[in-house]
Design a binder for this molecule. Structure first.
Ligand SMILES: [Zn+2]
Length: 164
Protein backbone atom coordinates (compact mmCIF):
# COMPACT_ATOMS: atom_id res chain seq x y z
CA UNK A 1 0.00 0.00 0.00
CA UNK A 2 1.28 3.40 -0.89
CA UNK A 3 0.90 6.10 1.71
CA UNK A 4 -0.45 9.44 0.71
CA UNK A 5 2.13 12.22 0.84
CA UNK A 6 0.18 14.66 2.95
CA UNK A 7 2.41 17.55 1.91
CA UNK A 8 0.88 17.10 -1.54
CA UNK A 9 -2.60 16.54 -0.18
CA UNK A 10 -4.54 19.55 -1.35
CA UNK A 11 -7.30 19.67 1.32
CA UNK A 12 -4.62 19.82 4.03
CA UNK A 13 -2.67 22.47 2.16
CA UNK A 14 -5.82 24.54 1.86
CA UNK A 15 -6.49 24.08 5.55
CA UNK A 16 -2.96 25.21 6.34
CA UNK A 17 -3.44 28.28 4.14
CA UNK A 18 -6.76 29.01 5.87
CA UNK A 19 -4.96 28.86 9.22
CA UNK A 20 -2.56 31.44 7.89
CA UNK A 21 0.54 29.33 8.22
CA UNK A 22 2.93 28.09 5.60
CA UNK A 23 5.01 26.16 8.06
CA UNK A 24 4.49 22.62 9.11
CA UNK A 25 3.57 22.63 12.75
CA UNK A 26 5.65 21.27 15.54
CA UNK A 27 3.50 19.86 18.24
CA UNK A 28 4.57 18.67 21.63
CA UNK A 29 2.13 16.94 23.90
CA UNK A 30 1.48 19.00 26.98
CA UNK A 31 2.84 17.39 30.08
CA UNK A 32 2.25 19.38 33.31
CA UNK A 33 5.20 17.59 34.93
CA UNK A 34 7.66 19.28 32.58
CA UNK A 35 5.67 22.10 31.01
CA UNK A 36 4.53 25.20 32.88
CA UNK A 37 0.76 25.49 32.95
CA UNK A 38 -1.06 28.69 32.02
CA UNK A 39 -1.91 29.21 35.67
CA UNK A 40 1.75 28.86 36.70
CA UNK A 41 2.84 31.20 33.94
CA UNK A 42 0.43 33.81 35.19
CA UNK A 43 1.61 33.39 38.79
CA UNK A 44 5.28 33.61 37.79
CA UNK A 45 4.48 36.85 36.06
CA UNK A 46 2.20 38.45 38.61
CA UNK A 47 2.93 37.40 42.16
CA UNK A 48 5.71 34.85 41.92
CA UNK A 49 5.51 31.18 42.68
CA UNK A 50 6.68 29.70 45.98
CA UNK A 51 7.66 26.07 45.86
CA UNK A 52 10.13 23.52 47.26
CA UNK A 53 13.62 24.44 46.11
CA UNK A 54 14.27 20.98 44.67
CA UNK A 55 11.81 21.84 41.90
CA UNK A 56 14.10 24.58 40.68
CA UNK A 57 16.97 23.54 38.47
CA UNK A 58 20.03 25.13 36.97
CA UNK A 59 20.97 24.97 33.35
CA UNK A 60 24.42 24.55 31.88
CA UNK A 61 24.59 28.29 31.24
CA UNK A 62 24.11 28.74 35.04
CA UNK A 63 20.65 30.28 34.74
CA UNK A 64 17.75 28.91 36.76
CA UNK A 65 14.72 27.07 35.50
CA UNK A 66 11.41 25.71 36.59
CA UNK A 67 10.02 23.05 34.26
CA UNK A 68 10.50 24.48 30.76
CA UNK A 69 10.93 28.12 31.63
CA UNK A 70 13.82 30.22 32.89
CA UNK A 71 13.10 32.01 36.14
CA UNK A 72 14.71 34.37 38.60
CA UNK A 73 14.84 33.52 42.26
CA UNK A 74 13.84 36.03 44.90
CA UNK A 75 16.63 36.32 47.45
CA UNK A 76 17.20 38.60 50.41
CA UNK A 77 17.46 42.14 49.13
CA UNK A 78 18.08 41.04 45.57
CA UNK A 79 17.00 38.55 43.00
CA UNK A 80 19.17 35.92 41.38
CA UNK A 81 19.53 35.06 37.72
CA UNK A 82 21.80 32.13 38.30
CA UNK A 83 23.17 29.66 40.75
CA UNK A 84 25.75 32.14 42.02
CA UNK A 85 27.91 31.94 45.12
CA UNK A 86 25.62 34.31 47.05
CA UNK A 87 22.51 32.25 46.44
CA UNK A 88 21.23 30.59 49.55
CA UNK A 89 18.18 28.58 48.71
CA UNK A 90 16.13 27.40 51.64
CA UNK A 91 13.70 24.52 51.49
CA UNK A 92 11.24 26.84 49.84
CA UNK A 93 12.00 29.46 47.24
CA UNK A 94 10.03 32.11 45.42
CA UNK A 95 10.59 32.36 41.70
CA UNK A 96 9.33 34.79 39.08
CA UNK A 97 9.59 35.71 35.44
CA UNK A 98 8.86 39.42 35.67
CA UNK A 99 9.90 42.24 37.96
CA UNK A 100 6.31 42.62 39.09
CA UNK A 101 6.54 40.05 41.92
CA UNK A 102 9.84 41.53 43.06
CA UNK A 103 8.21 44.14 45.24
CA UNK A 104 9.44 46.03 47.15
CA UNK A 105 11.69 46.65 44.20
CA UNK A 106 14.72 44.43 44.47
CA UNK A 107 17.88 44.86 42.49
CA UNK A 108 19.67 42.22 40.55
CA UNK A 109 22.37 40.20 42.33
CA UNK A 110 25.87 41.40 41.30
CA UNK A 111 27.34 37.91 41.81
CA UNK A 112 24.96 36.62 39.17
CA UNK A 113 26.14 39.28 36.70
CA UNK A 114 29.68 38.18 37.49
CA UNK A 115 28.97 34.48 37.02
CA UNK A 116 27.18 35.06 33.71
CA UNK A 117 29.64 37.70 32.56
CA UNK A 118 26.52 39.63 31.69
CA UNK A 119 27.29 42.35 29.15
CA UNK A 120 30.95 42.06 30.02
CA UNK A 121 30.41 42.63 33.74
CA UNK A 122 33.61 41.74 35.55
CA UNK A 123 34.08 42.91 39.13
CA UNK A 124 37.59 41.46 39.20
CA UNK A 125 38.84 44.11 36.80
CA UNK A 126 39.31 47.34 38.73
CA UNK A 127 39.39 49.43 35.57
CA UNK A 128 35.84 48.30 34.79
CA UNK A 129 34.42 49.67 38.02
CA UNK A 130 32.44 52.45 36.37
CA UNK A 131 31.28 50.19 33.57
CA UNK A 132 30.16 47.49 36.00
CA UNK A 133 28.22 50.01 38.07
CA UNK A 134 26.41 51.08 34.94
CA UNK A 135 25.54 47.51 33.90
CA UNK A 136 24.21 46.90 37.41
CA UNK A 137 22.21 50.14 37.52
CA UNK A 138 20.80 49.73 34.00
CA UNK A 139 19.90 46.08 34.40
CA UNK A 140 16.44 45.26 33.18
CA UNK A 141 14.77 41.89 33.29
CA UNK A 142 12.99 42.22 29.92
CA UNK A 143 16.37 42.94 28.34
CA UNK A 144 17.90 39.96 30.12
CA UNK A 145 15.15 37.71 28.74
CA UNK A 146 16.09 38.84 25.26
CA UNK A 147 19.53 37.35 25.75
CA UNK A 148 18.28 34.38 27.71
CA UNK A 149 14.85 33.62 26.29
CA UNK A 150 12.77 32.39 29.21
CA UNK A 151 10.44 30.09 27.37
CA UNK A 152 10.35 27.44 26.19
CA UNK A 153 13.72 26.06 27.08
CA UNK A 154 14.56 22.68 25.66
CA UNK A 155 14.43 20.68 28.78
CA UNK A 156 16.83 17.98 27.99
CA UNK A 157 16.90 16.48 31.41
CA UNK A 158 20.63 15.79 31.28
CA UNK A 159 21.27 19.49 31.10
CA UNK A 160 19.29 20.37 34.19
CA UNK A 161 20.93 19.98 37.55
CA UNK A 162 19.50 20.41 41.00
CA UNK A 163 20.21 23.65 42.82
CA UNK A 164 22.68 21.99 45.16
ZN1 LIG B 1 23.06 35.76 42.56
Amino acid sequence: MELEDFLQFEPFNQLRAAMGTDKLGYFELFDPAIHVTGEERSQLDRQGLTLPSHQVGRLLDHTLCYKNTRVVLVGQGCYHLSHCESLQAGDEVTIATSAYPLNPVLSVCPSCLQLLGYQGYDAQKARKEGYNARVLADFSLPQFWQEYPPYPIKRDRELVKALD
